[in-house]
Design a protein around this ligand. Sequence first.
Ligand code: TMP
Length: 214
Amino acid sequence: MRARRPGLFISFEGGDGAGKSSQIGRLADHLRRLGMTVRVTREPGGTDNAEAVRKLLVTGKAESWGPLAESLLVNAARADHLDRVIRPALDRGDVVITDRFADSTTAYQGIAGGLGEATVEALRAIVVGDDEPDLTIILDLPVEVGLSRARGRGDADSRFESKGVAYQERVRQAFLAIARKNPDRCVVVDATPDEASVFDAIEDAVGKMLGARQ
Ligand code: TMP
């Protein structure tokens, strides 16, 4: 639990094509209308250095990095992102909404990639420390639906999508397991309905969290 910094830290997680970016846009607009200063960011990425690392990770062949190398790269990017963007914004009292954070490393590298939770959790403790999100929204939907949405985007950042359906299914189950282990921080939202209904569920979760902090 992060107690020291005055800001609010929200992460969005889920498989590829779960609709995180549109929901993050809606939530940012909503919180700005309530008068909050909102910083939207993403992982891997969020700083120039971390975006350069992102390019190494999300392009190229599926087998070009193993799970240990992947987790070291995302953690290097995360350390820079935390130092330059996330911690300063939280210290100013801003809301930070990040499209993916450390749960993605647990799900993709630790569980689906087979690196093991002990290694990813050890790295997480070093890199993230006490600066864990106040709230994590996990957008859940069947793998085939997510992959077809992600392919529909037709972007070049498709290295993880290309790891196949079995890998993506392990990612989905991993996020659900993370939610069960961290019920105080994580809320699972069904991402299959239309965008507006999905957002209603997110708004509800954020409202409860804001209420609990007052
Ligand atoms: P995005 O396209 O959802 O922004 O994420 C890029 C890819 O990076 C996505 O397929 C998941 C992957 N990823 C990891 O494997 N480990 C991580 O720690 C993070 C943050 C992302």
